[in-house]
Write a protein that binds this ligand. Structure first.
Ligand code: A3P
Length: 300
């Protein structure tokens, strides 16, 4: 039984090298909108692919990144992005990385929040950041509208990167704790569902059926094997230019860099037992035991 919760209200704007949260204030919500929300590096692109394949009954040609823009990314600016989104004829499925208190929450839309252990997130983020090219830095740092410091180059050592992220509350990105905590508080709302990366990995077809039910998307059983195939890691890696933002233009080695390994636990060989315990304790302190357990494992 889902617990009752009150409707969330936006209380602030978020601006940074990545964010312009104000775009949501101007979006005209439709009754069937879908919003995909994550901290980052938690399976956002995977979920966009799943929803696209469910909606379009298994179509290998879909340009999912174009169909499902990251609304609060400040490039291209909202003057460009909003008209494109308002012109979409298909059922919209929009991406956000905002904490809930910086987002306009509509009772019309359905929200899917995807979680992943913070350590897996950082290992994925490091690959994303360390391989990013000059085009990525130019988009974040040199286009008009940036608020706050520029995006720095990452240190060569992933353990230092990890330390700076943990001590700097998500530095040089944004706070994981704030993001997860804000969404966890509304998990009981009927238009919200939670998915965990590990659960999706363990039973993708089962989770896809649950997501389809939540979104009221009928499944074309004849197309089901193809729908599932096009959401697999192997297929997405091979066809990464279709689902990765800008076809992978931010990475010199291309879109496959973004669909990197698709597994959890890569940090286990690098972090010491003390560092692992430190993270677990911090997660419990920041999120409370129930939410911390869910974020680490997908179990409640
Ligand atoms: P890794 O870097 O750990 O491989 P996001 O889209 O939120 O940025 O998340 C990117 C992460 O999701 C990457 O993790 C990527 O490999 C993983 N991913 C994308 N599609 C996937 C799939 N079909 N199966 C498993 N992992 C996938």
């Amino acid at each position: 039984m889902k617990k009752a919760a009150t409707l969330p209200r936006k209380t602030r704007e978020l601006h940074s090298h990545h964010f312009d949260s104000t775009i949501w204030n101007e979006l005209c919500f439709r009754d069937d909108d879908i919003v995909i929300s994550t901290y980052a590096k938690s399976g956002t692109t995977w979920m966009q692919q799943i929803i696209a394949q469910l909606l379009f009954r298994g179509d290998p040609e879909l340009s999912v990144a174009d169909m499902s823009p990251w609304l609060d990314l400040r490039v291209p600016p909202k003057e460009v992005k909003l008209p494109a989104v308002e012109a979409q004829q298909h059922r919209r499925f929009l991406k956000t990385h905002l904490p809930l208190d910086a987002l306009v929450f509509s009772p019309k839309a359905k929200y899917i929040y995807i979680g992943r252990d913070g350590r897996d997130v950082v290992w994925s983020l490091y690959n994303h950041h360390a391989n990013a090219n000059a085009t990525w830095y130019a988009a974040l740092n040199d286009t008009p509208g940036r608020v706050g410091p520029p995006m720095p180059r990452p240190p060569a050592d992933i353990r230092r990167y990890w330390r700076e992220w943990l001590d700097g509350d998500g530095y040089p990105f944004w706070s994981l704790w704030e993001n997860v905590r804000s969404w966890w508080a509304i998990r009981a709302l009927p238009n919200v569902t939670f998915v965990h990366f590990a659960t999706l990995k363990a039973d993708m077809p089962g989770e896809m059926r649950r997501i389809a039910r939540f979104l009221d998307i009928p499944i074309d059983e004849a197309r089901w094997p193809k729908i599932v195939e096009y959401c697999s890691f192997e297929w997405m890696k091979k066809n990464a230019t279709k689902s990765v933002p800008l076809g992978g233009a931010f990475w010199d080695a291309g879109a496959e860099v973004f669909i990197h390994k698709g597994v959890n636990g890569r940090w286990k060989d690098t972090l010491t037992p003390a560092e692992i315990d430190e993270y677990d304790a911090r997660a419990r302190k920041e999120l409370g035991p129930e939410c911390a357990r869910w974020l680490a494992s997908g179990q409640v």
